[in-house]
Design a protein. Structure first.
Length: 82
């Protein structure tokens, strides 16, 4: 079960990206700008948690939390998390 964090600052589109804390993501923010959100079973769960407890406009990182990067989906999703 991976550990996740969310960026404390929104990106240019106004979203706070959720990342997996395994050191694999090139798009993760500086360490000081990371808000830990704990261990989660999956990316969607982590994003849902981040939206509920930290930022309403949280979204999955398109690199490390694939599958819940909702704002850049190529087609409208039938269900949005959170
Ligand atoms: Zn990432």
């Amino acid at each position: 079960m991976p550990f996740y964090f969310v960026s404390k600052f929104a990106g240019p589109e106004g979203y706070h990206d959720v990342h997996v804390d395994d050191g694999s993501c090139d798009h993760a923010p500086e360490f000081i700008n990371r808000q830990p959100i704990g261990f989660h079973l999956s990316g969607p769960q982590a994003v849902r948690y981040a939206r509920k407890h930290f930022f309403a406009r949280a979204d999955g990182c398109h690199t490390c939390v694939r599958g819940c990067h909702t704002r850049a989906a190529p087609f409208p999703k039938t269900r949005r998390y959170g």
